[in-house]
Structure formats: C-alpha cells, structure tokens
Design a protein around this ligand. Structure first.
Ligand code: ACO
Length: 342
C-alpha cells in the first residue's frame, strides 16, 4: 500500500525547503580503527560498503547527544533560510535513537533552540524518518497548520550498536541533518512536488531492536544477551532495499510525468554504496548525479539523505530550478520518496 500526496491538484499552498544544515560528532572512527578490535579490514569494508570512516558521539559528552547534533544542524538551516527560532511553528524530529523516550527529542531541541512557539514531536520510521517527517511538514503547511517547519533527521545509533558484530557495526555512524520547510503559493515553481510513503511490518525481523520498549525491559540479563542492540539480516535487507528504492523512485517520477532523465539529483538513503549503485543501474541513472556522503559518515539512518543534500546545497551543486529526488528505506520496514523542484 502506497500513500502519495497528489502532485498536480490545484492547492492554495505548497511547501519548499529554504534552508538545510548538518551536525556531526567530532570523533572520526576509521575502518582501520575498527579492525583493531574486530576481525575485519579497511579493504573489506570499503569494497563491500563504500564506507571509509564514520563519526561516533562520545557517550558522556552533552554536546554530542542526539538533540545537540540536531541543534547545530537546525541553527545552520535557520541561518540559510534567514529565519529565527521564534519563527518556527512546528518541529518534526525523525529519530530511532532519542535522547529520552519521554520527553521526546523534539522537545529537547525546542528547549535548546528557544523555538518556544513550535509544537514538537518525534517520528519513528528508522532510516525513512526524514522523508516521513518531510511529508508531514508538507501536509501541515499545505493545510495551514504551520507556515514554517523544522524537519530533523538525527541519530546516535552508536548507543544501540553491537560493537562485536562485524556484520552490522561497520555500517553505522552518528549525525544530524535539518531542513527549514516554508509555505509558498500553491503554483510556485520551486516546491515539493509530491511525496510517497509505504511500510511492511511483515518484514520487521530484518532489522529490529528487541529490548528497550514495553515488550522487553533492559535488565542486566537482557543487556548481557545484547538484546538491547540492533539485530540485522544484512543480506536479506540488501535485496529488498534495491528493489524498494528503485520502485519508489519510479513511483515519484511517474506521478509527476517525469523520467529518470528529467532528474538533476538523486539523493538515496546511504546504507551501502553497492545498494545505491544497483539502484542507479536499475534506473539507468548516472552515478555522477547521485549525492553521496556514505564514504565519510557511514549509515546515519534518518540523517543520511538530508546531510548529503545539505552538502550539495552548500557547495552549489544543487541549483534553483533543478529537480531533486530523495528516496529512502529503513527498518520496519518503511520506505518513501519525495520529488521537489529546488
Ligand atoms: N569484515 C570481514 N568479513 C565480514 C564482515 C566484516 N565486517 N562482515 C561479514 N563478513 C563475512 C561474513 O562472515 C561472510 O563470511 P563467510 O562467507 O565465511 O560466511 C562474508 O563476509 C560475506 O558475508 P555477507 O553477509 O554475505 O556479506 P555482504 O556482501 O552481504 O555484506 C553487509 C554484508 C555489508 C552487511 C551487506 O549485506 C549490507 O550492507 N546489507 C544491507 C544492510 C543495510 O542496508 N542495513 C541497514 C538497513 S535499515 C537501516 O538503515 C536502519
């Protein structure tokens, strides 16, 4: 079941991204660093994933908490958009690694940022979270609930990583991305054109975190059995990811009467470079037009696409009038895409 926003319906309002930002921890952990404690190598990780290094938060450092990384990203996005914290009506915070379950991380960020007018909530859709949150922002803005939304994708997944599982720990990194999304007239050329969401709970076992929710308390025994760490079936996810990302790219393009040739930039979820290359091949889309940052940051879950987009906006690759497709998948399983004209 796919939920899509109607791309061509005449509406009074539309939304567009007017500012982006990123925040990463200082500490760089290279593949060679990992191979000191793990039976792996730089060569294996690079060849199988495209990852060279990742950033990992220092657990005790309050400046490297999830909401602290998001704060830096949000401040950059506000500056680019020429907005102040008090202009924000809504904070939609995509994360699966919250500072605390209660209050939500969106409220921690609201406090740190001083965005006291905003309503604030977390959205859990794993690596698809940014597109889910962006979709909610787009819909809120079109309906008039908000004029200015702050959309965050931010994770400190290192807390939930089993650092002895070489099949998964080599993939992940910590980081945050932010977008300011503003109301524009419905007929604006530069706007979000359409969004498309999907999920399949039947595939929950491919990637899950057994303990830490109300299903299973984290007792010393549970912790010792590492049930409070992420479990992943890498090979199975790989196949589903390639198919789903390709399908959702096509859905977004066809909904707007476009072909892959009409696209200027493709921003896929960055879980594994080989997944991205396989999707680009399926779409017959050149890798030169794919925005990537996986080599330096690994899989930062909900932060991957927005941080890759932020880099390209800042260095001038993404220009006004260009078409940009964000395409994601994640645990749940969840997936989604959004097509926009910059
Ligand atoms: N270093 C060295 N050898 C390794 C490592 C490692 N880090 N990890 C696994 N191996 C070994 C395995 O033990 C296996 O050895 P064997 O043949 O002797 O049994 C061999 O390498 C091949 O293992 P595979 O699992 O088949 O390796 P694969 O090429 O599939 O790569 C990987 C594994 C990188 C995990 C890949 O499957 C992948 O990226 N999958 C997608 C993961 C993903 O997208 N996760 C996130 C999705 S959801 C979200 O983002 C929240």
């Amino acid at each position: 079941m796919i939920t899509s926003s109607a791309p061509f319906s005449a509406q009074q309002f539309a939304s567009k991204i007017t500012g982006t930002g990123s925040g990463f921890p200082k500490r760089i952990v290279t593949n060679d660093d990992l191979s000191k404690t793990l039976d792996t190598s730089d060569e294996w990780i690079r060849e199988r994933t495209g990852i060279r290094e990742r950033r990992i938060s220092k657990p005790a450092d309050p400046n490297e908490r999830n909401s602290s990384l998001a704060l830096r990203a949000a401040q950059q996005a506000l500056e680019m958009a020429g907005k102040r914290p008090e202009d924000i009506d809504q904070i939609l915070y995509a994360t699966v690694s919250p500072d605390t379950l209660v209050p939500n991380t969106a409220c921690w960020l609201q406090l740190k940022l001083g965005a006291h007018r905003a309503h604030a909530m977390d959205i859990n859709a794993a690596c698809s979270g940014f597109v889910y949150a962006l979709t909610m922002a787009d819909q809120s803005i079109r309906c008039g609930l908000a004029k200015t939304s702050l959309v965050i994708g931010a994770e400190v997944l290192s807390t939930f990583t089993d650092w002895e599982d070489r099949g998964s720990c080599i993939l992940f990194g910590d980081g945050a991305g932010a977008a300011i999304v503003e109301q524009v007239p419905g007929n604006s050329k530069s706007r979000i054109l359409s969004t498309h969401l999907g999920a399949d709970g039947r595939l929950w076992e491919m990637f899950h975190l057994p303990a830490g929710g109300s299903n299973m308390e984290v007792t010393p025994e549970v912790h010792a059995a590492k049930l409070d760490k992420m479990k992943m079936k890498g090979r199975e996810i790989f196949k589903v990811a390639v198919k789903t990302l390709a399908d959702y790219a096509v859905i977004a393009l066809e909904s707007n009467g476009m072909k892959a040739d009409d696209l200027d930039w493709f921003v896929p979820h960055q879980a594994n470079l080989r997944i991205i290359e396989a999707v680009a091949k399926r779409l017959d889309f050149p890798m030169e037009k794919v925005l990537l940052n996986i080599e330096r940051y690994g899989n930062t879950s909900s932060a991957t696409a927005i941080t890759a987009l932020d880099e390209a906006v800042r260095d001038g690759r993404v220009k006004q009038g260009q078409t940009v497709l964000i395409d994601v998948f994640g645990a749940g399983l969840t997936y989604g895409s959004t097509l926009m004209r910059w």
